[in-house]
Design a protein around this ligand. Sequence first.
Ligand code: GAR
Length: 224
Amino acid sequence: MANMADPLKLGVLVSGSGSNLQSIIDNIEKGSLKASIQVVISNNPDAFGIARAQKHGLSAVILKHEDFNSREDFDLELIKILKSNKVELVVLAGFMRILTPVFLKAFPQRIINIHPALLPSFPGTHGQKMAFEYGVKFSGCTVHFVDEGIDSGPIIIQSVVPVYDNDTEESLAARILEQEHRIYPQAIQLIAENKIKIEGRKVHIKTVEKIPPVALYNPPLAGF
Ligand code: GAR
């Protein structure tokens, strides 16, 4: 990784709305996140994330996976674009495409993803819907390093939200998304500050703040 005084160089991969990309952009512009977005890449030409990138003067590339003969060929092109933009950390922000080992090898321990559930529960697509239908009392979101599995890499940060009795899938998803927009910039900032050490499955984080010793209950305890 480059000198700590330099902003961490990000490549952000999107497939859809790009609200997580927006939160990263906003936090960089506010100065709370010491990073720079070198390039935004979408495999979906209609992704609103591309328009968001352009609005902020960022370099945006559309790379349609249908134009490639294999997943590896697509990934090789992705690697080429990211490397030529000197990307140090690959940030998957709603990127709905499985990456091959070729890609993982090009950025060892340098790819992160956000998932809308408390991993290892409800991996894959529709994490919010699966949690809602399962009837969990808490759900949330997870930022993790990407490994060869589906949403299975070492966990950096999680946020927990309650599921209320009158929730719908949509209201729960909105509550989770609000937290995604907070924890993703935080995770990137921890990496930018070199505060993260991966040991096996565990991500150790050098923070000064202590986590308060509390448990959460839903529904609340009544006198127990
Ligand atoms: C987010 O909820 C993200 O967690 C999810 O896609 C959404 C993208 O929203 N990712 C996954 O489900 C990956 N398995 P955005 O485009 O507005 O950032």
